[in-house]
Design a protein around this ligand. Structure first.
Ligand code: ATP
Length: 232
């Protein structure tokens, strides 16, 4: 690991006024790698994402971005430096057209044309309001601009939540393209079986700790059951 980690969490203790949630979380993600973070409801996956993105400051522990200590850096400077939290589902403006939404991120026409070439379904409807798209198409619209300028680190908390299966495949394919472009991805998923298709490594979070972490090839069926049912 060491300096090749695009994102590193060391000994993270974090929580809320009323609850200690993370009890010494350690995880790392390298450039060009997808780390899937699995675990039962309440294990602290979303809290881990918040700490990684700078939305929640840990009580103790260190967050490193490209080896630099960003533990106490807020989400805006952190995203400017290349560590992004994926826009959740509808990180778009429904009253604006598809093209207007894309133009907020991609003012350059040629960048938008590249998106339309990659996603013909968006191209065909570029002048309609984004609010008329399906949930899955909205998710693709929210994520598509990232392909033109892949971030160093992308943290995605259940990007497939509530989407139709066919679109889930498309969302995962898009995330795999980002990985291939060099982005380090921390990806929380409930759909454990599907995410194994794109993950390079898997970390299991259980009661605020990483109970197992390893390459996808070493994941055993038992662990998926643990991840789903929380019987770790
Ligand atoms: P899920 O899959 O249910 O989203 P998770 O693994 O993402 O679970 P978290 O959302 O990180 O888990 O929540 C971990 C614990 O922290 C839960 O017990 C939850 O009730 C608690 N929690 C989450 N957000 C807050 C908050 N804002 N204030 C107080 N407690 C919270």
């Amino acid at each position: 690991g060491g300096e090749k980690d695009a994102l590193a969490l060391h000994g993270i203790h974090a929580g809320y006024d009323t609850a200690a949630v993370l009890h010494g979380v350690h995880l790392t993600v390298r450039a060009g790698e997808i780390l899937a973070l699995l675990g039962p409801n309440g294990a602290g996956k979303t809290t881990t994402c918040r700490v990684a993105a700078g939305i929640l400051t840990p009580r103790t522990g260190q967050v490193l971005a490209d080896g630099r200590d960003v533990t106490r850096t807020g989400p805006v400077p952190r995203s400017r430096a290349g560590t992004l939290l994926a826009p959740e589902g509808r990180g778009i403006f429904p009253a604006l057209t598809i093209d207007e939404n894309l133009a907020l991120h991609l003012p350059d026409r040629t960048d938008r044309d590249a998106v339309y070439e990659r996603f013909p379904a968006l191209a065909a409807r570029r002048t309609v309001s984004a609010g008329s798209l399906s949930g899955g198409e909205q998710q693709l619209l929210a994520l598509a601009p990232l392909l033109q300028r892949p971030p160093k680190v992308l943290i995605a908390d259940e990007p497939s939540l509530g989407l139709a299966p066919r679109v889930v495949d498309e969302v995962f394919r898009l995330l795999a393209e980002l990985r291939d472009a060099g982005t380090a991805l921390l990806l929380v998923e409930e759909k454990a079986a599907e995410i194994l298709g794109v993950a390079d490594r898997v970390a299991y979070l259980s009661q605020g700790r990483v109970s197992w972490c390893g390459p996808r090839a070493e994941v055993e069926a038992d662990r998926l059951t643990e991840a789903y049912l929380g019987i770790a």
